[in-house]
Design a protein around this ligand. Structure first.
Ligand SMILES: Cc1cc2nc3c(=O)[nH]c(=O)nc-3n(C[C@H](O)[C@H](O)[C@H](O)COP(=O)(O)OP(=O)(O)OC[C@H]3O[C@@H](n4cnc5c(N)ncnc54)[C@H](O)[C@@H]3O)c2cc1C
Length: 394
């Protein structure tokens, strides 16, 4: 296998995981990140078996187990009465069926674990304050240029620069985001402020007319993560750090179950974040001869299957394997995208379809929809059972 010099643009969860896989395979990697320091926002993230295979292969299992929570089940409930409509086991069953656990993490912990691994493999791998503007691709190499006037040179550029990727925009033009009509509230609540035992240690989804709420625990159960999706005619910014007045949050969940009211009444009133969700069509081609994409840069998704970061982690592992299959770089990139496009497009489409399922207008419609589906069996069949380290590459 040819060892390459590789530039990774963007040190998010996807870029860091890919860099770790590529370095472990012997490539010489440099990561360029626009931010002045590494970090992630205060929110939760669910990490299912399909991405855990890669994290465990990188030796990160013990760190993930230490800071994560393994939920007992996935539970779908009605928004007002709280009645359980469907439940599937996540704990031992998820691991038994899919070969790795399901863990809920604080995003900052997850990011820190990946960044520490990347720096263990190469201490000076991350370059901060490096905002990429464009790339220049030539027959013998590729350059990534930055706002400070400098540039880096390598054999391969991996654009893992997220939703508003400049690498993707240069390759394909703007991604034409379309507002979905949903806004997402994001809260973190210390559990010791909540009534003991108020909510089981499970992944809870409350479904109501025009909205749904996802709640789960982080950091050994000491923090509760709340994401509340509501339909809004007007789009605001696609920003994870925009605060909105607590009163608006309260207004959006009038009539919802007392558990939801308690969470809203208990949260820090000056730390209610809300952002608008936009949808983009998945790309069907994301590589040139020396440039490729991964994660949100090429298949941004709605969060309704909790798989955006999981796909990004899968991408890094498959990219690394694909590069090992051919000494021709362009061919390696084609193997990578050929083996990722169908799966990622399916996840993106299924996530969008879940918006309809989670926002049905009446209890009768919810009951009818769930009576026809076994969500756990379905996901175990095609989603969680995928192993990017062993899946056959064609
Ligand atoms: C509400 C919500 C809940 C979610 N829950 C889950 C979940 O439970 N499980 C899951 O798997 N996924 C989840 N996701 C999706 C997941 O967060 C994303 O898919 C994932 O973070 C994408 O990772 P990424 O590395 O591709 O992009 P990002 O995390 O966006 O990282 C991109 C990086 O590139 C940097 N960058 C950007 N532009 C430049 C530039 N020009 N030059 C240099 N650097 C640049 C950025 O600063 C950033 O560090 C959720 C998303 C949302 C909105």
């Amino acid at each position: 296998m040819q060892k390459r010099k590789i530039i990774v643009a963007g040190a998010g969860l996807g870029g860091l995981a890919a860099a770790c896989c590529l370095m472990k395979a012997g490539h010489d990697v440099e990561i360029y990140e626009q931010a002045p320091q590494l970090g992630e926002i205060g929110a939760g993230i669910q990490v299912s078996a399909n991405s855990q295979h890669v994290l465990r292969y990188l030796g990160l299992g013990p760190y993930i187990d230490e800071v994560g929570v393994r939920p007992g089940a996935y539970v779908f409930r009605l928004h007002d009465t709280g009645e359980i409509i469907q439940r599937f086991s996540l704990a031992e069953e998820h691991e038994k069926i899919n070969g790795a656990p399901y863990t809920q993490l604080h995003r900052a912990d997850f990011h820190e674990i990946l960044a520490a691994k990347a720096r263990e493999l190469k201490p000076d791998v991350v370059h901060l304050n490096k905002k990429a503007t464009h790339y220049v691709e030539r027959d013998d190499g590729v350059e990534l240029h930055f706002t400070d006037g400098t540039f880096a040179r390598a054999d391969l550029l991996v654009g893992s620069d997220g939703l508003k990727s400049v690498v993707r925009n240069q390759m394909h033009g703007d991604s034409h985001p379309v507002y979905t009509g949903d806004a997402a509230w994001r809260l973190l609540i210390p559990t010791d402020r909540l009534p003991p035992g108020m909510l089981e240690e499970v992944m809870s989804v409350f479904m109501g007319p025009g909205g749904h709420v996802v709640c789960y625990y982080l950091r050994g159960g000491s923090v509760l993560n709340f994401v509340g999706l509501v339909e809004k005619e007007e789009a605001s910014e696609e920003s994870w750090t925009m605060k909105f007045p607590w009163e608006k949050l309260k207004e959006d969940f009038v009539g919802w179950h007392p558990i939801i009211q308690t969470i809203i009444d208990t949260c820090d009133r000056d730390a209610c974040y809300r952002w608008s969700l936009f949808q983009r069509e998945p790309l069907m081609d994301w590589s040139t001869k020396r440039v490729t994409l991964l994660g949100d840069a090429c298949h941004p998704t709605l969060p309704y299957l909790a798989q955006g970061a999981a796909m990004a982690v899968e991408d890094g592992a498959v990219l690394t394997r694909a590069l090992a299959m051919s000494d021709d770089l362009a061919e390696g990139l084609q193997i990578y995208q050929r083996n990722r496009i169908d799966r990622t497009a399916k996840i993106v489409r299924q996530s969008s379809a879940n918006r309809t399922l989670f926002h049905l207008n009446t209890e009768a419609e919810i009951r009818a929809a769930f009576s026809k589906r076994d969500e756990g069996a379905d996901r175990n069949k095609w989603l969680y059972s995928y192993n990017p380290l062993t899946v056959e590459l064609v």
